[in-house]
Design a protein around this ligand. Structure first.
Ligand SMILES: Cc1cc2nc3c(=O)[nH]c(=O)nc-3n(C[C@H](O)[C@H](O)[C@H](O)COP(=O)(O)OP(=O)(O)OC[C@H]3O[C@@H](n4cnc5c(N)ncnc54)[C@H](O)[C@@H]3O)c2cc1C
Length: 427
């Protein structure tokens, strides 16, 4: 990997997401050699992926070069590497660009989509975890409208204009709201010769309320917002399959749709070498103790989405969200320094700062630890928080300008089919 030998201990971090970057920033001014490995050369701000998928933002505005984040730190090295295995005995990581020994290893590889073993859904539905996947979705949505315009088969046209989003967590809700706004504000202008009133947006949730991690009030209000926008919210319906044409459910309800977006589950992106029932939870997250240490190892840690810290308060680990990842990254930074200095480690304590979701223009729900509010003010808070956590002044400025422009003009100008999408499983 062309990393020079150093007299400082080497900390290898796998993953430059929220957790990995927070940790690297903490460590990089210390007497350590920090090597960050990621299969992408950018940090991806996942909470705004749905805006890329729906033409509201350009992908560049939610991504930031990892090398630039840490450019001022002398002992920091970044390598573009896809890590395939961890050799815990020999203390080395193995990747597509070679292997590297570590003194301390931190796995911060995040999560991936969980299809719960359903192959038909995995092959035919769309994911939205990465920027390329969001661009695929953007292309598919637009290509479907172009195809709908050309077909005289009503059945086919309806399927092309029928969207099914499975999973009504923040991602599903935000995506449904954005699609509804496109239906209302953009499609009639772009496709005057297509009856876009027949576009259907279906949000399917297996439980009895949407945004189930938030307060009941937030769930109810978000559902009202979605219904005002014309989204069909289906609760207590479990999707059981999708063959590329028809979505089946656990009831008589079926949907004929060309676009199905799977936002119904994530699992840890654990890496070979740290596996087995003892080390992994049911959701493929690496079991860690209160110091983020992987069971049985003194020098191997996991943080963020991939880590499951099971405590009385968090029987299923911390929520797979940005805040626990950032907080664990920072906390482990301090603990690693304590470990190197032979000082006792401090247990991680999560500070819940609340959660929020937006449904569309002037519509959001916010649950803070002490206050819960919905509507226009919540929407401004949602925008401010997302701008604040974006990395890079340019990104913040570009996103802000885009949002103002989109708000004033009721527009989303990034509705471009730059790279046409073709599902490899479809004839
Ligand atoms: C669509 C969407 C919307 C979301 N909205 C919100 C929200 O509104 N609020 C919120 O708090 N959270 C939200 N989340 C969740 C939040 O983004 C995650 O909890 C957070 O990114 C976790 O941070 P992390 O550092 O653990 O992982 P990630 O940010 O996912 O970073 C993991 C990194 O590891 C790299 N990597 C993975 N495997 C390998 C490998 N084998 N080799 C090399 N590199 C590897 C990846 O390329 C990636 O850069 C959302 C997630 C998604 C997908």
């Amino acid at each position: 990997m062309n990393i020079p030998k150093s007299s400082f201990p080497r900390v290898v971090i796998i993953g430059g997401g929220f957790a990995g970057v927070a940790l690297a920033k903490k460590l990089s001014k210390k007497e350590l050699q920090v090597v960050l490995l990621d299969k992408h050369n950018y940090h991806n701000f996942q909470p705004l992926l749905y805006q890329v998928s729906t033409g509201g933002l350009e992908p560049d505005s939610i991504a930031y070069p990892i090398r630039k984040i840490l450019k001022d730190f002398p002992n920091f090295y970044f390598r573009l590497a896809d890590v395939s295995e961890i050799d815990t005995e020999k203390c080395k990581v193995i990747s597509n660009i070679g292997s590297l020994k570590f003194d301390y290893l931190v796995v911060a590889s995040g999560s991936k989509t969980n299809f719960f073993g359903n192959k038909s859904i995995e092959d035919n539905s769309m994911e939205m975890k990465t920027i390329p996947q969001s661009l695929n979705l953007r292309s598919l949505i637009l290509e479907n409208f172009e195809d709908a315009l050309l077909t005289s088969n009503l059945h086919e046209r309806n399927a092309l204009m029928n969207f099914v989003i499975v999973g009504a967590g923040p991602t599903g809700v935000e995506l449904a709201g954005a699609l509804a706004e496109i239906k209302k504000g953009i499609l009639p202008k772009d496709y005057p010769d297509l009856d876009t009133r027949t576009v259907q947006i279906n949000l399917v949730q297996s439980g009895d309320r949407i945004l189930k991690e938030m307060s009941e009030k937030a769930s109810k209000k978000a559902e009202d917002f979605l219904e005002d926008l014309g989204v069909h919210v289906w609760k207590n319906v479990r999707v059981t399959g999708y063959d590329g044409n028809v979505v089946t459910t656990n009831s008589d309800l079926t949907f004929e749709a060309e676009t199905v977006i799977w936002a119904a589950g994530v699992k840890g992106a654990a890496i070979n070498g740290i596996d087995g029932e003892e080390l992994l939870s049911k959701s493929n997250r690496i079991q860690v103790n209160e110091f983020n240490q992987v069971k049985g190892f003194n020098n191997i840690f996991a943080i963020g989405d991939v880590a499951q810290m099971t405590t009385d308060q968090t029987p299923y680990g911390h929520p797979m969200m940005a805040q626990p990842a950032i907080q664990q990254g920072k906390h482990l930074g301090d603990n690693l320094l304590r470990l190197i200095e032979n000082k006792p480690l401090k247990p991680f304590k999560y500070k819940d700062k609340g959660s929020m979701a937006t449904v569309g223009r002037n519509k959001a729900v916010v649950d803070l630890p002490k206050f819960k509010f919905q509507g226009v003010f919540a929407w401004f808070v949602w925008m401010f928080v997302h701008l604040f956590f974006l990395i890079g002044f340019r990104n913040r400025l570009v996103v802000f300008i885009n949002w103002v422009y989109n708000y004033v003009r009721f527009d989303r100008e990034a509705r471009l089919i730059i790279r046409p999408y073709k599902n490899k499983f479809k004839p």
